[in-house]
Write a protein that binds this ligand. Structure first.
Ligand SMILES: Nc1nc2c(c(=O)[nH]1)N[C@H]1C(S)=C(S)[C@@H](COP(=O)(O)OP(=O)(O)OC[C@H]3O[C@@H](n4cnc5c(=O)[nH]c(N)nc54)[C@H](O)[C@@H]3O)O[C@H]1N2
Ligand SMILES: Nc1nc2c(c(=O)[nH]1)N[C@H]1C(S)=C(S)[C@@H](COP(=O)(O)OP(=O)(O)OC[C@H]3O[C@@H](n4cnc5c(=O)[nH]c(N)nc54)[C@H](O)[C@@H]3O)O[C@H]1N2
Ligand code: SF4
Ligand SMILES: [Mo]
Length: 729
């Protein structure tokens, strides 16, 4: 029997024979919950609990956090470095020295033969900040390739780009405390109860104390939509049209905050002119929200004494991702809702340290929100590291989504993958697979040796995970929190920090640039680089000790600060990081450029997440109590549409797109409209076999959530067998 608990152990939380509690921060989502992990008398981790004194989570954790200690000994962990001496040879265990020497030699070989940029590096949002800073030193300062990016291009790139375009700098300006002060909250493409359960809990607490309207914009009836006062089931990819129509109403009815606009923004006339083309009467036919609803929501938002917007992947993962963010910022700027309690434009970030990589990894620039394009920034970092500024490129190189096509064309020959699994997470798996087959050299650095990427790796570095290491994360509300080293690395795995340091020694600049042994020393360097009254990203007043004491501190937190609280909000004085100090209002014109449902492929294909799983399941797929709740790839389908096709509940169907096909089990639900299906993206060889992933022109982020498919019923026995083979357990 496939399902049910007949032959399975009952779900249980381990009994807590705890001798000692260690401080940590959750390593899954960007909420940033403080965790205490319990060790028994044999120093074995036996349980996790939320830290009651932490402002973020106040003792709460979601299912992933509660079971996080189970991952240390989970199946598939990397025990030894592995090497494949030739293509198609088996992986063999090897020594760290041999694995590192081989990697350094291969990088140099490729660079000498084809140029420095022929070796690319793709990292993640899941390392510790000190590790990101060190990786940046190694890649920008020693290896010297400009093709260095992170999986954040699949995730937060549109938010970063939109913030920079509007405010002159990255950095979410709001915080969770804004829920306590707002009078209207609009959530765009963000399903908090499943994806950020504890942020949702904070919102719910605020709503229980003081009622305010919750407006949810999502083509699905998500769990958050079920709790909303108003749900706007938007036509995929058209949020910009809805926002333009709202601004049309606000400006034409004189509901904007003209004083704020005059004092703190530039570009109002252009926006005002553009939104004249977006009368709700015509806009409704594009965005699928009727004109009266648009007017109601616009008035509610503009008349609220303080209103805020949050958004996640429904906005970022779109060909209009950066525009969507800039337009949400427009809406908040014209209503005077930036930098005030309850009035903000808050991107809900994704991975535990998606912020840390933006701040310090040098992926798209240089440390501390510095730009490669800025000569003074290049010089400052070169001086600090002790190298020649000419070593740095003068503009950023390729993003992750452009690195794979550059492998196809032969421009890139070698690749180092750190803590990401593009075989499952990038759009169009078939295309990624072909690109990986073409590489002369691939090195994979991951906690798990059974990660799909290893099918193509020549060298594998087994990394230690979470509390086997020490360092910081920054969460959605700019709060820096600590993971304290609670236990020794698993088997012969090593902390990423150590791996970067060892590889650095094998490059000339690695002996000029200082690579400290301890994460805390790297943190001290970051503090120095962050110092400055005009910098928002200032952590110079922090220390590990203070961070633990405060259970996380928000930046800016300047040198000499004595209270344990950083600034809750940015731009409270209405001064932005642009040359004029004013925020940019940007006219956002809508172009309909997505792959659309058509006669041949009549359904929108939408994708996202479920609460129990994290991304490509390398971790949660191995944790029994997460996997048991969501063990099978499935697809939400509207019963009326299913009826027409003769598809029944819990039967398998084949989906076909212009790229490929996939087999999934059907779950009939009115959560999705008749012309849409939704598939969680956690399973390998599933939804991303189908996705197209057209790119946002500013951020290069893929439109994971918009493409089209057709559906057919198939032989059930064959399909069931296929799915059994695919399941991890
Ligand atoms: N349990 C769990 N939590 C996680 C993660 C996880 O894997 N599992 N991952 C973390 C990470 S890295 C991220 S980025 C976040 C993601 O967090 P979310 O963005 O909240 O999650 P998703 O399910 O990807 O997408 C949210 C919603 O976008 C909607 N959407 C699709 N198209 C559109 C559109 O055109 N407009 C609008 N307005 N909405 C649209 C979808 O219907 C979906 O319900 O979650 C983080 N938290
Ligand atoms: N169709 C579709 N596709 C999507 C999305 C979607 O909504 N729909 N969402 C996109 C988004 S927002 C994101 S963020 C990406 C995520 O995509 P990925 O980054 O590819 O997914 P993860 O499974 O989180 O991969 C992280 C890897 O790092 C490893 N790891 C964890 N901790 C450590 C560590 O400390 N050190 C090292 N070295 N390794 C570690 C894990 O074992 C895992 O293999 O997926 C994207 N893909
Ligand atoms: S809400 Fe996010 S940070 Fe908090 S316990 Fe759950 S996964 Fe971890
Ligand atoms: Mo993400």
């Amino acid at each position: 029997m496939l399902f049910g608990r007949k032959n399975r152990k009952p779900i249980s939380i381990p009994t807590k024979k705890v001798k000692e509690w260690k401080y940590s921060t959750c390593n899954y989502c960007s909420t940033g919950c403080s965790i205490e992990i319990g060790l028994d008398e044999n120093k074995k981790l036996v349980t996790s609990r939320g830290h009651a004194g932490a402002d973020v989570n106040r003792g709460k954790l979601c299912i992933k956090g509660l079971l996080e200690h189970d991952l240390f000994n989970s199946p598939g962990r990397g025990t030894e470095p592995l090497i494949r001496e030739k293509h198609y040879h088996d992986f063999e265990p090897t020594s760290w020295d041999h694995a590192l020497d081989t990697t350094a030699a291969q990088i140099k070989n490729i660079q000498q033969q084809y140029g420095r940029d022929a070796f690319a590096v793709i990292s993640t949002g899941q390392l510790l900040t000190e590790e990101f800073y060190t990786l940046g030193k190694l890649v920008r300062g020693c290896i010297g390739t400009n093709n260095y990016d992170g999986n954040t291009t699949l995730c937060m790139a549109s938010a970063v780009s939109g913030y920079k375009r509007s405010f002159g700098s990255d950095g979410p300006p709001g915080c969770y405390d804004d829920f306590e002060h707002t009078h209207c909250l609009m959530a765009f493409g963000s399903n908090l109860p499943e994806q950020h359960p504890i942020i949702y809990w904070r919102l719910k607490e605020a709503l229980e104390k003081r009622k305010f309207p919750l407006i949810v914009v999502d083509p699905r009836v998500t769990m958050l939509a079920q709790f909303a006062d108003i749900h706007l089931p938007i036509t995929p990819g058209t949020d910009c049209v809805l926002i333009n129509a709202m601004m049309h109403v606000i400006i034409n009815e004189g509901l904007q905050d003209q004083d704020y606009i005059n004092a703190h923004t530039q570009g109002f006339d252009e926006v005002k002119a553009l939104v004249q083309d977006y009368d709700p009467k015509s806009a409704q036919h594009i965005c699928g929200i009727d004109e009266d609803k648009i007017r109601t929501v616009a008035r509610l938002y503009a008349k609220a004494p303080a209103a805020m917007s949050i958004w996640t992947m429904g906005i970022n993962q779109s060909t209009h991702g950066s525009d969507g963010v800039a337009n949400i910022n427009n809406l908040n700027l014209i209503t005077g809702n930036i930098g005030k309690p309850g009035g903000t434009s808050l991107s809900i970030t994704g991975q535990c340290n998606a912020m840390g990589t933006r701040e310090w990894s040098s992926c798209s620039g240089l440390p501390g929100y510095r730009y490669l394009e800025n000569e003074a920034d290049r010089q400052e970092i070169a001086d600090f590291w002790g190298i020649d500024a000419e070593f740095f490129p003068k503009k950023r190189g390729l993003s992750e989504t452009d690195i794979f096509p550059a492998i196809e064309t032969g421009e890139i020959k070698g690749l180092w993958i750190v803590a990401t699994n593009p075989m499952t997470s990038m759009p169009n798996t078939g295309r990624i697979r072909k690109a990986l087959e073409k590489l002369d050299f691939l090195v994979v650095q991951d906690v798990y040796q059974d990660v799909e990427m290893n099918q193509y790796a020549h060298v594998y570095f087994p990394a230690s995970v979470w509390a086997e290491k020490q360092g910081c994360h920054t969460n959605t509300e700019r709060r820096v929190n600590l993971i304290d080293n609670a236990l020794a690395p698993f088997a012969n795995s090593k902390p990423d920090f150590w791996i970067f340091n060892q590889l650095a020694k094998r490059f000339d600049h690695g002996n000029i640039i200082h690579f400290p042994d301890q994460p805390e020393q790297a943190f001290e360097e970051m503090k120095q680089l962050s110092k400055g009254e005009d910098r928002t990203l200032d952590i110079s007043g922090m220390s590990y000790e203070k961070i633990i004491q405060a259970r996380g501190i928000q930046w800016p937190y300047r040198e000499g600060s004595t209270s344990l609280k950083g600034d809750a909000r940015l731009y409270t004085d209405g001064k932005f990081q642009t040359p004029s100090g004013k925020a940019n209002l940007l006219p956002i014109k809508f172009y309909n450029n997505n792959e659309q449902p058509c006669q041949q492929y009549p359904f929108w294909l939408n994708s996202g997440r479920v609460v129990e799983h994290f991304h490509t399941r390398t971790r949660t797929g191995k944790i029994g109590n997460c996997n048991k709740f969501s063990p099978t790839p499935y697809m939400e389908m509207n019963p009326d549409a299913a009826n027409e096709l003769g598809v029944t509940h819990q039967s398998y169907v084949r989906l076909t797109s212009r790229r490929s096909d996939a087999v999934v089990m059907v779950q009939l639900t009115h959560r999705v409209p008749r012309n849409m299906v939704f598939i969680p993206f956690h399973f390998h060889d599933c939804v991303n076999r189908l996705t197209l992933g057209l790119l946002d022109p500013h951020s290069r982020q893929p439109a994971f959530k918009q493409c089209s498919v057709r559906i057919e019923a198939i032989d059930q026995k064959e399909a069931a067998q296929l799915n059994v083979e695919r399941r991890a357990f």
